[in-house]
Design a protein around this ligand. Structure first.
Ligand code: AMP
Ligand code: MG
Length: 342
């Protein structure tokens, strides 16, 4: 009797484990929802179409492959190798990210800079051993900093640092690159309807199965159960950077994870969050971090000079919602908001 109960429990657990693999599968309309934990975040993939199961499997492999390249902490990742040895020959994916990061660094006048990693570590954001460093420590680490000290050979993909102890971090751009890669994989599998969220960073493909548009919520920075608005998004990335996403508190002060390269401290330039909307996930991710660092006025000025490439929703420290004009028809909200024109 006891033996049969044991066998029943084993069969039941095997059954439950195998069910947990694909979270929701709707065989009738080939719709799959899958949740994955990777890159230190929860990712949700919703895919509709005949090849949805294969497409999701391929996407998951791709996420794991990219994490093994871009992670700062996984021993033997490409980023780990270059940070440890001061040089490495990169894969084409990491090379793409270096090139995109350097372009954004240049265009944003240094607001975005992947050589920020020594400072990310100094504040403990890499391993959650948070602490407020002294000004001397910040100054020492700022000396290591600067994308102009990266040497990258586009022919050989070799990256090196021209100062020892430098280190890079793709944390501000890798998820956008990953979401773009996933959408491209879905397209390769003939998928025409999908939405993915990588820790709240969303990219959409086509429409919902009922032909209506995907709607992407913009989170209230002060209340993670509330949305300040939604964006109708077809074939678009909607990527948000906000101080509320990762922070620690000491005394009465909150210290968040987006650092201002000018000060080596958490950016404190008047914004609670920045959402970037455009068709290029990598650019959207890089710019969300950059505009958050720039602050309200410079962010709006930057948008005016580059309005053909992206749109943005800014939430200011005094709770103003500022929406750029390309979103006039796509953004809706129960709150007051201001639309800026270029
Ligand atoms: P995001 O959430 O896309 O804004 O990215 C924030 C992450 O990017 C941080 O956790 C750091 O790993 C990294 N980071 C912080 N400040 C910067 C910066 N100024 N430029 C580039 N990357 C940064
Ligand atoms: Mg970013």
């Amino acid at each position: 009797m006891k033996k049969s109960i044991l066998i029943f429990i084993i069969i039941l657990s095997v059954f439950l484990c195998s069910c947990g693999n694909l979270d929701t599968v709707n065989k009738n309309n080939n719709s799959i929802k899958k949740e994955i934990f990777a890159m230190d975040t929860v990712m949700q993939l919703t895919v509709n179409g005949e090849n949805a199961a294969d497409a999701v499997r391929a996407a998951e492999q791709e996420i794991n492959r990219l994490e093994r390249l871009f992670s700062t902490s996984l021993v033997d990742s490409e980023v780990w190798a270059v940070n440890t040895n001061g040089k490495a020959t990169l894969s084409d994916d990491s090379a793409e990210l270096i090139k995109a990061s350097q372009t954004i660094n240049h265009d944003t006048n240094g607001a975005f800079d992947i050589t920020i990693y020594p400072l990310v570590k100094l504040w403990g954001f890499h391993d959650k051993n948070f602490r407020v460093p002294s000004q001397d420590e910040i100054d020492e680490n700022l000396k290591l900093f600067g994308s102009d000290k990266l040497v990258f050979d586009e022919n050989t993909n070799e990256l090196s640092f021209n100062e020892s102890n430098m280190a890079i971090d793709f944390g501000g751009i890798a998820k956008g690159y990953t979401s773009e890669r996933i959408i491209n994989i879905f397209k390769d599998y003939g998928i025409e309807s999908a939405v993915i969220s990588l820790g709240g960073n969303v990219q959409t493909l086509g429409h919902k199965p009922d032909s209506s548009e995907w709607s992407v919520g913009i989170q209230d920075p002060d209340d993670n159960t509330n949305l300040i608005g939604t964006i109708k998004a077809t074939d678009l990335a909607v990527i948000t950077s906000g101080g509320y996403q990762r922070f620690f508190e000491e005394g009465d002060t909150k210290y968040h994870h987006i650092l201002d390269p000018k000060t080596g401290k958490p950016a404190n330039n008047g914004l609670k969050s920045v959402s970037i909307v455009c068709d290029n996930g990598t650019l959207a991710d890089g710019l969300s971090t950059s505009l958050f660092v720039m602050g309200t006025e410079k962010a709006i000025e930057y948008w005016k000079n580059h309005h053909e490439n992206f749109d943005t929703v800014l939430i200011t420290d005094d709770d103003k919602i500022i929406v750029t004009s390309g979103l006039a028809e796509l953004f809706s909200s129960n709150y007051d908001y201001e639309i800026v024109e270029y």
